[in-house]
Design a binder for this molecule. Structure first.
Ligand code: GUN
Length: 295
């Protein structure tokens, strides 16, 4: 049996169309153009690509896009003053500070300078707390994208066993909350967990967000399980070139899984459109307009 390939690119393209149409209406009816600010510190090649794609998508769907680029050795105070200025700018509704930041910078201080209403990554304590309370408007982008794909490919996941490997603030923790809210039975695993293969073999939904290339093997996958690969790892091939691979040994796992996300073309494409959706929500919320629903 070969599992279905979960086409994140196609799902993302459909969602993007809806967001663009909603944006056009918002701009023509209410004179409101959603604004997204991106902040990039340093020149990490992967971060540069991610931020470029986010800016390009924002512009393509009719948002205002503001970009702040700072050198890797920028002083903490200078970074904070940029984040505070963007937080105070009424034409900017969403702010994304690309992570990770260079080691000398204090990520928590940056998040504390960010207006939670503009925190489209949902990383501030306020938004993380609202998610825990089941009252969040802004939910982290990659977990939201994963939930949309699960809904599309599995429908109701009530009572399903879900394993999330990885416990980051950006993905693992919010993903577990969303799965729980959707009535899955959720296990969170991480680098210190014992018997990862055993835990994985119980999962109807196996979510890998570890950051290690092809770490999850085919014999960890329960036959018929839905496998969501959140990893994006750049590895060198035998001919000296580079390719992107996920955290799952895709070719082998595909033969066991019921459905699986490829890398690239799976989860990544959904992350960007969910960021745009969050910016749209933030823009409506800051202007006392009804929030977009059921995009
Ligand atoms: N670095 C990797 N993924 C992300 C993301 O979704 N948001 C931010 N801010 N940084 C990231």
């Amino acid at each position: 049996m070969t599992g279905r390939v979960i086409d994140g690119k196609a799902s993302a393209a459909a969602l993007r169309e809806k967001i663009a149409a909603y944006t056009a209406e918002l701009t023509s009816k209410h004179g409101l153009q959603p604004g997204l600010a991106t902040v990039l510190v340093g020149s990490d090649p992967a971060s540069e690509v991610y931020v470029r794609n986010k800016r390009k998508t924002a512009e393509a769907i009719g948002f205002k896009s503001v970009h702040v680029e700072l050198p890797a050795d920028v002083a903490q105070d200078e970074l904070l003053s940029h984040v505070k200025a963007l937080s105070a700018d009424p034409s900017v509704h969403g702010i994304l500070v690309q992570l990770p930041l260079p080691k000398h910078l204090d990520e928590n201080a940056v998040l504390d300078a960010l207006d939670p209403a503009k925190d489209v990554d949902a990383l501030t304590p306020k938004n993380a707390g609202l998610l825990l309370s089941g009252r969040a408007h802004l939910v982290s982008c990659t977990p939201s994208g994963v939930m949309l794909l699960l809904k599309e490919y599995m429908g109701d996941i009530t009572g399903k066993e879900a394993l999330v490997i990885g416990r980051s603030l950006l993905f693992g923790k919010p993903a577990a909350q969303l799965l729980l809210a959707a009535n899955a039975t959720v296990t969170m695993a991480h680098s210190r967990s014992k018997d990862l293969p055993g835990l994985a073999r119980r999962a109807d939904i196996l979510v890998a967000a570890i950051g290690k290339p092809e770490f999850v093997k085919a014999d960890w996958v329960k036959p018929g399980a839905v496998v969501i690969d959140v990893g994006i790892n750049r590895v060198e091939t035998s001919d000296g070139k580079y390719k992107l691979v996920g955290d799952v040994d895709y070719d082998a796992a595909k033969e066991v899984a019921g459905a699986i996300t490829p890398v690239p073309g799976g989860v990544g494409a959904m992350t960007i459109v969910c960021l745009m959706h969050n910016t749209l929500i933030a823009a409506c919320s800051q202007n006392n307009l009804p929030l977009p629903t059921a995009l």
